[in-house]
Design a protein around this ligand. Structure first.
Ligand code: UDP
Ligand code: MG
Length: 341
């Protein structure tokens, strides 16, 4: 009797078998409310990866989706358990945090990140893998004929130029998330304890031998962009202040030039007053000057706030993400980053 009832239980407890050898390639994909695109993604991604003829795993990270994405990911895990792992985050932590969670749970010698919306064609993964296998530890990309609206295109061109000047990080196109990383770079990223971060920039700092290649870029096949203008601006601030203190230095420089100029102005006004008597005209000019300085001062306070806010986030040491469950993971597996969970 007891053996009969014990059987299903022990079956239930059995850890799902995994490929004995670690996969060569991990493809990490953040997913936030992508029910409209996931079926087409599965249809294109798996055949493209099968064709590479290397052991691989796809690590989907559900970033707190509120639609049917989780059910779709679960079903895909059931269909391809050996090549699929699903990391379920508790709530929405943002694309970069989701990718970090995926990195921490990836096992491949090489890791490629991809957007779920098929704007980055999965068929390009092989070209990135080629470069990684050739010995590059970080493969960046830029988008050929970028398919976004004109505002996104021009705004990001401006941000690109400013970012290059401020941070000194050379990157043709920081917005494209189809990128490849070798294990040492992933390990370095996993070991980094930064709260706000911009993964491609971090990788380019850690990489010893990097290359950039051109990739195709398509329109989002379905669903809508998860980035509002405000979120994009915040991401840009993360990039600027997270990787450079140049904005602060520029500000102190502007501050000192302005105080030098106003000192000259004060001396001039004093001389005028003594030799020509008091003046009453020019009140509005004075207002204009005062408001101009006030604007600069407010901007400076805001800028300081950006840095202080980030320091505040960092000192609280809250986890960057919280993992609820991982489908397709054995209990005794070593993990990249335990502190975050
Ligand atoms: N994403 C995410 N969490 C978020 C926002 C986006 O995981 O809070 C994912 C999203 O599902 C997609 C990728 O990040 O796979 C890129 O998002 P999206 O296509 O909306 O950005 P865009 O291409 O418009 O820059
Ligand atoms: Mg997109």
């Amino acid at each position: 009797m007891s053996t009969v009832s014990a059987m299903p239980y022990s079956n239930f407890c059995r850890v799902e078998a995994y490929p004995v050898t670690a996969p060569v390639l991990s493809v990490v994909i953040p997913v936030f409310n992508e029910e409209a695109v996931l079926p087409s993604l599965f249809d294109r991604l798996y055949p493209a990866l099968d064709a590479l003829d290397r052991p691989y795993e796809v690590v989907f990270v559900n970033d707190g989706s509120r639609d049917n994405s989780v059910a779709l990911l679960r079903a895909q895990y059931q269909r391809r358990p050996h090549e699929t792992r699903v990391v379920l985050l508790q709530v929405n932590f943002g694309q970069h945090a989701a990718i970090l969670a995926g990195f921490a749970r990836s096992r491949g010698a090489y890791v490629v990140t991809l957007d779920a919306d098929l704007q980055n064609p999965p068929e390009e993964v092989g070209r990135l893998l080629e470069q990684l296998e050739a010995g590059y530890d970080y493969v960046g990309t830029w988008r050929a004929k970028r398919q976004d609206n004109w505002f996104r295109k021009y705004a990001s061109r401006v941000v690109n130029v400013v970012r290059a000047k401020l941070t000194g990080i050379r990157m043709a196109d920081h917005g494209c998330m189809l990128r490849g990383y070798a294990r040492p770079v992933i390990d370095a990223i996993n070991a980094t304890r930064e709260n706000v971060t911009f993964i491609p920039a971090l990788a380019s700092i850690y990489s010893a031998r990097s290359i950039e290649i051109e990739v195709q870029h398509d329109e989002r096949i379905a669903g809508t962009s998860k980035y509002s203008l405000l979120r994009l601006i915040r991401l840009t601030f993360d990039l600027m202040t997270g990787f450079s203190t140049v904005p602060l230095q520029v500000f102190s420089l502007v501050g000192s030039v302005v105080s030098a100029l106003s000192a000259i102005l004060v001396v001039y006004m004093l001389g005028r007053r003594l030799f020509l008597g008091p003046e009453v005209d020019g009140v509005f000019t004075l207002f204009a000057i005062v408001f101009f300085f006030l604007g600069i001062a407010l901007f400076g306070i805001g800028l300081l706030g950006e840095y202080i806010g980030r320091i505040y986030l960092q000192v609280r040491q809250r986890p960057r993400y919280l993992i609820g469950a991982v489908l397709g993971e054995s209990a005794d597996e070593p993990r990249g980053s335990r502190r975050d969970e």
